[in-house]
Write a protein that binds this ligand. Structure first.
Ligand code: SAH
Ligand code: SF4
Length: 356
């Protein structure tokens, strides 16, 4: 596997490519024109391109499958240089709005859901990604390449805003070094210029790594996949809760530096007859008191072979109402792309076999 040009911050590239204006030109090809290969870089001397091509690839990812949903969600399956596959999702969060004369008053808004590992070590009982075990960490370039490839495929201009959520396959904090590098590359002024505020790291709760991420002071948001309010059920759902229990996570969240106007998001996967009762809602309110929190309720998304079931809509709403009536901000995540392969890991699962 060759390293990628997407592995570098501008200063890193400047250390390899001289003079400095050349590295800026290449950076612009990468992040303003989304070049996929060296041939596309028209104003770069051939000798330099040949030299770089011996050591580096441009984008290490290849789109091998794409599924589009009627709601604007597009799910991508990428093949990496070593033949492994990962998923990335393009989510339409807001429709474009035009006034009566047809003038654009609001552009459509998009979020990209990226993967950070091939597989995952955490082994959550409800998660399809966990079923295939862990293969390897993604490099920073492989994380960055997902966003570049999706912006290119959707003709999304480099200066149009995009949000990134690290909610695809893998546990981002288990690949902290490459994650942090990717976050910084996304923030580059000469690159995609995506601020930390537009990037949300979702974690199953490695409390020591939450502290590490906080110390790095990258300005990103965190989302905690809480899913249960007592340690017994949480350990059943997320085995590593034994080492990082609920109170250790809550303490780490309290130490995490957040923008004073923002809230920490707690994701709560609702599973029928497991954690959808009012007693759980009550405990959740108590647990999050004293934290500027926002709860996002997620319907469990079933797949063949799982023992868990999707909760009913009315139980979901009752749960939400309890939280809201007790002062917690709470939304229900609408299942985008429900007609394709919504939850993480599902497109990969479906395609296995026809790829190998
Ligand atoms: N590893 C990180 C980020 C990737 S998982 C984490 O666990 O937070 C992203 C989100 O998808 C998590 O909140 C996870 O709980 C959720 N998820 C996993 N399997 C799911 C399923 N079958 N249905 C609905 N959400 C699921
Ligand atoms: Fe890993 Fe997140 Fe899936 Fe758990 S839910 S197995 S942490 S990807």
């Amino acid at each position: 596997m060759k390293p990628s040009l997407l592995d570098f911050k501008l200063t890193g590239l400047q250390a390899i490519v001289k003079p400095s204006f050349r590295s800026k030109q290449i950076y612009s090809w990468l992040y303003h024109n989304y070049a996929q290969n060296f041939e596309e870089m028209k104003n770069i001397p051939k000798a330099l391109k040949d030299e770089l091509a011996e050591k580096f690839v441009v984008n290490p990812l290849k789109i091998v499958k794409k599924e589009s949903s009627i709601d604007g969600t597009i799910k991508y399956l990428f093949e990496l240089q070593d033949g492994k596959t990962i998923e990335t999702v393009w989510l339409k969060m807001k429709e474009e709005i035009r006034d009566e004369s047809g003038n654009l008053t609001q552009e459509a808004k998009y979020t990209i859901c990226v993967s950070t590992q091939v597989g995952c070590k955490v082994g959550c009982a409800f998660c399809l990604t966990a079923k295939g075990g862990f293969t390897r960490d993604l490099t920073a370039g492989e994380i960055v390449g997902q966003v570049v490839a999706l912006k290119r495929d959707n003709e999304h201009k480099h200066n149009r805003m995009i949000n990134i959520v690290y909610m695809g396959m893998g546990e981002p904090l288990d690949n902290l070094e490459n994650l942090a590098k990717a976050i910084e590359i996304f923030k580059e002024d000469d690159g995609l210029c995506i601020s930390g505020k537009r990037q949300t790291v979702s974690t199953s709760g490695l409390s020591n790594k939450i502290d590490r991420l906080g110390e790095m002071d990258l300005g990103v948001h965190i989302a905690i996949s809480l899913h249960a309010v007592d340690d017994k059920l949480r350990t059943e759902l997320i085995p590593m809760n034994k080492a990082h229990n609920i109170s250790s996570i809550i303490e780490a969240v309290k130490r995490f530096p957040i923008d004073t106007r923002k809230r920490v998001m707690f994701e709560y996967l609702v599973i029928k007859d497991k954690n959808d009762d009012i007693a759980s809602a009550k405990k959740l309110v108590k647990l999050l008191s004293g934290i500027k929190a926002k709860v996002n309720l997620i319907y469990f998304n079933p797949y063949p072979g799982t023992e868990y079931e999707r909760p009913t809509k009315s139980d979901m709403i009752t749960f939400q109402e309890y939280l809201v009536n007790h002062g917690l901000l709470c939304t229900i995540r609408d299942s985008k792309g429900i007609d394709i392969s919504a939850a993480c890991g599902q497109l990969k699962e479906k395609t296995q076999g026809d790829l190998s």
